[in-house]
Design a protein around this ligand. Structure first.
Ligand SMILES: [Zn+2]
Length: 137
């Protein structure tokens, strides 16, 4: 399955081979590479998806983290800038800490597509990303 990343999509589930969402016309692949396949969880200012890296021979699993602030943040320029800064800082933190840790996911990419921001992270089975980040500061 491919999962549409548009938060307003009326029907986010698509067939695996699709590149464009049938319901809303959004790109299903990020940078023509990362394909979200299911919704994991949401919280704070992001939504997490299980995804596949289609450039890898085994279509390795990864996590797509979409910057998704609360509606009141979207209406407040200052709050929005602050939260996007936090989101970028989280990416920088993962990049630094995840490189030589088996517990903290590695950062694969920070990207923007269709005016939304994403972190692409290593998928660590059985680990809750938020708890890890909380523990490691
Ligand atoms: Zn869609």
């Amino acid at each position: 399955m491919s999962y549409c990343l548009n938060p307003n999509c009326p029907q986010p589930q698509n067939h695996h081979e699709e590149k464009i969402c049938k319901a809303c016309g959004s790109q299903l692949l990020l940078k023509d590479r990362y394909r979200a396949i299911s919704f994991l969880d949401s919280g704070g200012m992001s939504r997490n998806f299980l995804a596949l890296d289609t450039d890898m021979p085994q279509e390795k699993r990864c996590v797509v983290k979409q910057f998704f602030p609360a509606p009141q943040v979207l209406d407040d320029v200052e709050a929005f800038e602050k939260s996007i800064e936090l989101f970028q800082r989280e990416g920088a933190q993962l990049d630094r800490l995840g490189a030589d840790s088996t517990q903290i996911p590695k950062l694969f990419a920070y990207l923007e597509q269709e005016r939304r921001f994403y972190l692409i992270q290593e998928f660590i089975d059985g680990q809750n990303l938020r708890e890890i980040i909380k523990e490691s500061g």
